[in-house]
Design a protein around this ligand. Structure first.
Ligand SMILES: [Zn+2]
Length: 129
């Protein structure tokens, strides 16, 4: 397993962990708000419901950020991975050989035709000449 794959997996785990923290935080905030609302007497409702809602929002927005960050890391962590490990070297999809620049049409190691390898690098095709 390559380091980048390992890092990608670690990011996904971090994303899940963050999202779980956020969800737990949301549940706690929601629970506190519900309990506070249930304890209101009829005449207090109009005055306190705004305060309860405000308190809920103050407690909830960090959780929302946790969930958003977690979802981002889980689904779109590729940018972070590329930032942390900027290896734009292309690998042969067949044998895993690290290709030297410029990359030819075939892998020098196993001779397989190279197509659609390394989407992250911008390859100048320059037309068909
Ligand atoms: Zn190869």
């Amino acid at each position: 397993m390559k380091y980048k794959t390992l890092f990608r997996l670690a990011l996904k785990f971090l994303g899940v962990w963050l999202a779980v923290q956020g969800i737990l935080g949301l549940v706690v905030s929601l629970g506190v708000a519900v309990v506070a609302t249930l304890q209101l007497k009829r005449g207090q409702w109009d005055f306190y419901i705004a305060q309860i809602f405000e308190t809920f929002l103050q407690g909830a927005w960090p959780s929302v950020i946790y969930i958003a960050a977690g979802a981002y890391l889980f689904f779109r962590g590729e940018w972070v991975v590329d930032l942390a490990i900027p290896s734009n070297r292309r690998y042969c999809h067949e044998c895993g050989y690290q290709l030297a620049e410029p990359v030819g049409a075939a892998c020098p190691e196993c001779g397989v035709r190279l197509e659609g390898v390394g989407q992250s690098t911008s390859v100048d095709e320059g037309g068909d000449g």
